[in-house]
Design a protein around this ligand. Structure first.
Ligand code: 2AM
Ligand code: CA
Length: 271
């Protein structure tokens, strides 16, 4: 039996994600990419980002005024109910700016510090992912109904397709490129999707065998991490640690462990 609180949180997260996703999709000026070299498009994206976060936090405040909130665009309230929402109103900002489809709204709800609900919606892929702790991971697409997700059976690491991301800071990127250079000959190939939340859902959906990234924030990870785990993937950071800003790794069992070992050997978390 699903906890009625979890069901309520899931319904709120789904509604908020759907409405924020529609706002971002419908509100994106068609000429945003054309002007992408000027500074103004960045402001447009930031405005959309803030508007999406306001929509989400407004809905939460209306339905559950005693909950805490942590959002990328600055929302930060403690709350008194034991529930805290962790929100990325627009994950994959650079893709959104350029008109690439891989961007998402990511909303998670924590109960007493543990993630219990995660929703990630990718409007340009017409896909929404969700998970409730202990209830499996699910996807709904435009052309099919709800289907349960299971990560891929593990290939050997040299046949694994692994996604990653690169930081906005140049020195960090240089180090990440060095780690990727050492990793590439050991894998089938590398992908760089541009949205941590979507990458984690793609691991859940069996479209990627693994994913890793350094420098993420809690809102990039919270929902996608639960969705990946509920689909049977393993997630972590450095050996023995939970995923964090130092390092976040997700992978199908059999890929996760050797990938984590290699990333440790290559010092993937270093400054
Ligand atoms: P964003 O689009 O909301 O900024 C890209 O590799 C992924 O990492 C995206 O999910 C991006 O989120 C996230 N990210 C968060 N902080 C980052 C940073 N400092 N540098 C690069 N990517 C970051
Ligand atoms: Ca993000």
């Amino acid at each position: 039996m699903t906890d009625p609180l979890h069901t309520e949180l899931l319904e709120i997260a789904q509604e908020a994600a759907r409405r924020a996703g529609a706002l971002l999709r419908d509100g994106r000026p068609a000429d945003l990419a054309v002007a992408a070299t000027k500074s103004s498009p960045i402001d447009v994206v930031t405005e959309m980002d803030i508007a999406a976060e306001k929509l989400i936090t407004g809905l939460i405040a209306e339905r559950r005024p005693d909950d805490g909130v942590l959002g990328e665009e600055g929302a930060a309230t403690e709350g008194t109910s034991g529930v805290r929402w962790v929100i990325d109103p627009l994950d994959g900002t650079v893709n959104y700016l350029y008109g690439l489809p891989t961007w998402a709204v990511s909303i998670a709800a924590e109960q007493d510090g543990e993630t219990v609900v995660g929703v990630v919606t990718a409007p340009m892929r017409a896909e929404t992912f969700h998970a409730v702790l202990g209830g499996g991971a699910w996807a709904t697409g435009a052309w099919d109904g709800e289907r349960r997700l299971a990560c891929r059976p593990a290939p050997s690491l040299d046949q694994a397709l692994v996604s990653t991301g690169f930081n906005y800071v140049a020195e960090v990127r240089a180090h990440q490129a060095e780690v990727a250079r050492r990793l590439i000959p050991r894998l089938r190939d590398i992908r760089r999707g541009g949205s941590a939340a979507v990458d984690l859902c793609d691991v859940a959906a069996g479209r990627l065998d693994g994913y890793y990234e350094r420098g993420l924030h809690p809102w990039d990870l919270a929902a996608g991490d639960l969705i990946a785990r509920e689909a049977g993937a393993l997630t972590g950071g450095r050996p023995g640690e939970r995923p964090s800003g130092d390092l976040a790794i997700a992978g199908t069992p059999g890929v996760f462990e050797p990938l984590q070992r290699l990333l440790e050997d290559f010092g993937a978390w270093h400054d």
